[in-house]
Design a protein around this ligand. Structure first.
Ligand code: SF4
Length: 352
């Protein structure tokens, strides 16, 4: 372990990957060292992503009514959380929801459906929706999150224009069976591998605050690095009343920042996304967290409300960040000289 977080950043920038001991040291840093951790992890964030923030927008295509028993989930079998429950949105409704997110500044739309996994008919439905969405918004990036995938389904989604597939490992393999009984950790990894194998960008992350140890958080992050997850949503448990985790409060704002910083040190060039629980757990440290994370969800989550989308955009702007893909962000991209292909020495008309 290097002596200081700056030395760790130097080493990671020089190409020496962080070790589990490095990650534990970040996670266990004293709160008095928080700014030192952020300053060091922030160098990695700036080296790979500058001051850009990727903005994602969730559309919950199908809410609740799930037969799986994930203990953290308000949509799970046995959950008494009083959430909205509905079956598949109509295509028109889904397009309308996605358009609202895009108008708000999102560059990626995440199409999510509750359930163990999609039937082939569900895949057809989502494929048709994605076709229509891309026709209306050709530049949108689409991520699908439909649960465990069967053979051939990832390829069908890719062919329909889906860019990425989300399936979180959620926690360490050594902790998985304590939070869900209806599917295994291996099932989850298999779906990430299927998405990757089909050429979809794998998006897989975790939930902190599920009773895991520090070592298990580190284990989960190294598993994500190993899996090659391109985007890593870091969720902070929202302990819904009516779920097994009701009343579970293990996180502080400073710990959440350290978890994000640890993710940055372990996976310096991956999209580290502040996901569910951002407002609830980071609270007034949301702004600090953007110095290490480079992505967030705009507006609401699947079953809970986030802060106003306008407040998310202010958070980005006030911190000196820009939304990825916005005119401000595009204006600051370096521009290569355009090689002349017209005028003298060519048959094309001169630029005059
Ligand atoms: S499979 Fe998905 S929707 Fe169903 S309980 Fe688990 S996390 Fe919730």
């Amino acid at each position: 372990m290097p002596d200081t977080f700056q030395q760790l950043a130097d080493a990671v920038l020089a190409g020496r990957p962080a070790t589990p001991d490095d990650a534990l040291a970040v996670l266990r840093a004293d709160d008095a060292e928080l700014l030192a951790v952020v300053a060091a992890a922030g160098r990695l964030r700036r080296a790979h992503f500058g001051n850009a923030v990727k903005v994602n927008y969730l559309v919950n295509l199908k809410s609740g009514l799930c037969q799986e028993d994930c203990g953290y989930c308000s949509q799970a079998l046995g959950s008494a959380a009083p959430i909205l429950k509905y079956s598949w949105l109509s295509r028109q409704d889904a397009l309308g929801q996605a358009a609202a997110g895009l108008r708000g500044g999102a560059g990626r739309v995440c199409l999510v459906a509750s359930g163990r996994g999609p039937s082939d008919r569900d895949v057809t439905k989502v494929a048709e929706l994605v076709g229509a969405l891309k026709q209306e918004h050709p530049d949108v990036e689409v991520c699908a999150c439909l649960g465990l995938l069967g053979d051939g389904q990832a390829e069908r989604l890719r062919d329909a224009g889906v860019d990425a597939y989300n399936h979180n490992i959620n926690t360490a393999e050594s902790h998985h069976d304590a939070i869900v009984g209806t599917h295994t950790y291996a099932d989850r990894v298999d779906t990430v591998e299927k998405a990757k194998g089909a050429g979809l960008s794998p998006c897989s992350g975790l939930i902190a605050g599920l009773g895991e140890t520090d070592e298990q958080l580190v284990e989960a992050l190294f598993a994500l690095r190993e899996l090659g997850s391109d985007s890593i949503p870091v969720n902070f448990l929202m302990p819904f009343d009516g779920t097994p985790f009701e009343g579970t409060w293990e996180l502080t704002p400073a710990r959440c920042v350290k978890i994000l910083a640890m993710a940055r040190f372990v996976c310096p060039d991956r999209e580290v996304r502040i996901a569910g629980g951002r407002e609830m757990h980071l609270r007034s440290l949301q702004s600090l967290a953007l110095h290490v994370a480079n992505s967030l969800f705009l507006g609401d989550y699947l079953t809970s409300e986030g802060q106003a989308a306008q407040a998310d955009l202010e958070l980005i702007r006030d911190g000196g960040f820009v939304v990825l893909g916005s005119p401000e962000e595009r204006a600051q991209r370096p521009v290569d000289p355009a090689i002349r292909r017209r005028g003298a020495g060519t048959d094309a008309v001169p630029n005059a």
